[in-house]
Design a protein. Structure first.
Length: 472
């Protein structure tokens, strides 16, 4: 939705995010590329920071998902009071998170020399970690507020532009700070923070414009649909009883869901470390992960667009439109995997594997995984990726958390081990068996998640129809 207030379809919201997410994914490893021009200690330092950065990403995603969902619902209900409550409460929550992560930057600066690292690695980790953490605290977390508001207004083009400002700015600033000013890892960390600042300033500008347009539009539009009876968790005036509790009830499960995704890599790498050719297997699995994540970016972007779209439609009681638009999204996502991911991975597998690996064994395993497992993995991941944000849009964080726990904790390691064992007993490469064991778990969870979603939307649609009939 732009300033004119015209509603867009779900796909209309998703395509700018598809472009943004794909390009940003290609730029995510830019810090490592520049660090590689400095020294191995710089690369190691950035690698050590990855798990810490993942904690930030989980907190950011959880906060953003919760705020976007509630803001979208408030706009769907045309509730000015809820919007004010949510933005004020989220501002306090973000301020606390920013202070916590700034303090973590100080802890990193103090602790790095005492972690038993080699002297050069400790120095670079200390400088890069503290600098990057300050950038996260000052810029990255504060972007939760305007970014969520922009998505709630269905202006995903602005989200795309903000992401491109951050990505392109990071490349330019890294080039200047590393090669012109020769600031080393400090320059890399500073470039990332300043690039996020540019994105934040643009998002704040767009959020102000969208809010001004909304206020003017609501003055001339019909009043909001009347609610019958007091709803649990809301006052008689339609405001939240406890807005912070409402945000945390969705934000914490969302953050935990995202965190659980990292456990699959940990468990699989543990299994691969027991292989005879463990180094090649771990390297091939890392290449496979990068390939499947890149291939899924358009689907992930669609999932991000689903959150504000469904939340607003649900707030307005328009569940029939939700079901229709979701069918289109699933159809297009499956079509994209079959018509685009399949051919690209089939014909490009050998080139990608040769480009990203040196050893012949690693190259063979990576080529096999890219050609066969990436398209299948993307196909079975579509229902999981698109179902989770629907529940979050309905302010239900539990289903995503439950299914993520089943997939990443309960099924990943057992099915990986079983797949490797079956493949070995049949005289096949255990690496391939491990990958297809993981895909089996993903498929089972996706089918269950899709069935859960279908039933939930059917029940909610029936309840909405009953309320509308009672109101008449």
């Amino acid at each position: 939705m732009g300033e004119a207030g015209n509603e867009k379809s779900l796909i209309g919201l998703a395509w700018p995010l598809m472009i943004s997410f794909t390009l940003r994914s290609l730029l995510t490893s830019i810090d490592v590329v520049y660090a590689g021009q400095l020294s191995d200690t710089a690369v190691a330092a950035i690698g050590l920071f990855f798990p810490i950065e993942f904690v930030f990403i989980a907190c950011w995603v959880g906060s953003s998902s919760a705020l976007t969902s509630h803001l979208s619902k408030a706009i769907g209900e045309k509730s000015e009071g809820q919007l004010a409550q949510l933005l004020k409460t989220a501002g306090g929550m973000v301020a606390v998170l920013s202070v916590v992560f700034a303090a973590l930057g100080g802890v990193l600066w103090w602790a790095a020399p005492h972690l038993g690292l080699a002297e050069g690695v400790a120095h670079d980790f200390r400088v890069y970690g503290a600098t990057a953490m300050v950038g996260i605290a000052c810029c990255a977390f504060w972007s939760v507020l305007p970014d969520s508001l922009i998505k709630a207004h269905h202006d995903t083009r602005s989200t795309m532009v903000a992401g491109l400002i951050s990505g392109v700015g990071n490349v330019i600033l890294n080039t200047v700070f590393v090669f012109v000013f020769e600031w080393g890892v400090f320059g890399i960390g500073l470039a990332t923070g300043l690039a996020r600042l540019g994105s934040l300033l643009y998002a704040l500008y767009r959020a102000r414009r969208l809010e001004a347009a909304r206020r003017e539009r609501w003055k001339t539009e019909p009043p909001p649909r009347k609610r019958y009876g007091k709803r649990p968790g809301y006052t008689a005036a339609g405001l939240y009883n406890r807005p912070l509790a409402a945000l945390l009830a969705l934000g914490i499960p969302s953050a935990l869901t995202y965190t659980l995704m990292s456990t699959e890599s940990f468990l699989v790498n543990w299994v691969l470390s027991r292989f005879e050719d463990s180094t090649a297997a771990i390297a091939a699995y890392a290449i496979y992960q990068r390939a499947i994540m890149l291939s899924l970016m358009p689907v992930i972007a669609t999932g991000v667009a689903i959150l504000p779209f469904v939340a607003r439609m649900a707030g307005a009681g328009r569940y029939g439109e939700v079901r229709g638009q979701l069918k289109n999204a699933f159809f297009l996502a499956f079509g994209y995997v079959v018509l685009a991911v399949g051919p690209l991975t089939w014909f490009g597998a050998d080139w990608v594997a040769a480009t990203l690996s040196n050893g012949a064994q690693t190259r063979d395993m990576a080529s096999f995984a890219i050609r066969y497992a990436v398209p299948l993995g993307a196909l079975v991941s579509v229902p999981f990726i698109l179902s989770r944000p629907v529940f979050e849009a309905l302010q239900r964080g539990g289903p995503g958390l439950v299914m993520a726990f089943v997939r990443y904790v309960c099924l990943a390691a057992p099915l990986a081990l079983l797949g490797a064992y079956v493949a070995r007993s049949l005289g096949q490469d255990p690496f391939g068996g491990l990958i297809f064991g993981l895909l089996t778990g993903s498929g089972l969870v996706s089918v269950g998640f899709l069935a859960w979603l279908t039933r939930t939307l059917k029940v909610l649609g029936a309840e909405s129809s009953e309320r509308s009939g009672a109101g008449q």
